[in-house]
Ligand binder design. Structure first.
Ligand code: CO
Length: 131
């Protein structure tokens, strides 16, 4: 059901500054996308068939802005690609896990849902079903 690690999301104050250490070790920013619904800017740095994503909030209302205030910069979530996001959410719920998204929602590259970190020993786990 889980196919692969799709991306690792890293919360940053500034993509312009945070991209520097990745570029210093030879990684490349291939695109920067505005996601007004989150609201965020996302920089994609491919690693094999996965990505590191630098997440910069574009509003103080952004969940990532609140995360930065509470926790500072660092790894925000890990995303696993799944065949069927509805089935993945249903399976987690059936095991008694807490969900951030009871119903999957539209993300940048497919339908997504987050598990709550209180059910995963502190890790925000995202599922994505690619479209
Ligand atoms: Co993500």
């Amino acid at each position: 059901m889980i196919k692969k690690v799709d991306h690792i999301g890293i919360a940053v104050h500034s993509i312009e500054k945070a991209r520097e250490p990745y570029e210093a070790i030879g990684m490349v920013v291939t695109r920067i996308v505005d996601v007004p619904t989150r609201p965020l800017k996302v920089a994609f740095l491919p690693v094999g068939d996965a990505d590191v994503e630098l997440l910069e909030p574009t509003s103080a209302d952004s969940e990532v802005a609140r995360y930065l205030e509470e926790c500072g910069e660092g790894i925000h979530h890990i995303c696993f690609e799944v065949d069927d996001v509805d089935a993945a959410v249903a399976a987690a719920k059936a095991k008694g896990m807490r969900l951030v998204d009871e119903v999957p929602r539209q993300g940048a590259s497919g339908r997504i849902a987050f598990l709550h970190p209180s059910s995963t020993h502190g890790v925000r786990i995202e599922f994505v079903e690619k479209q």
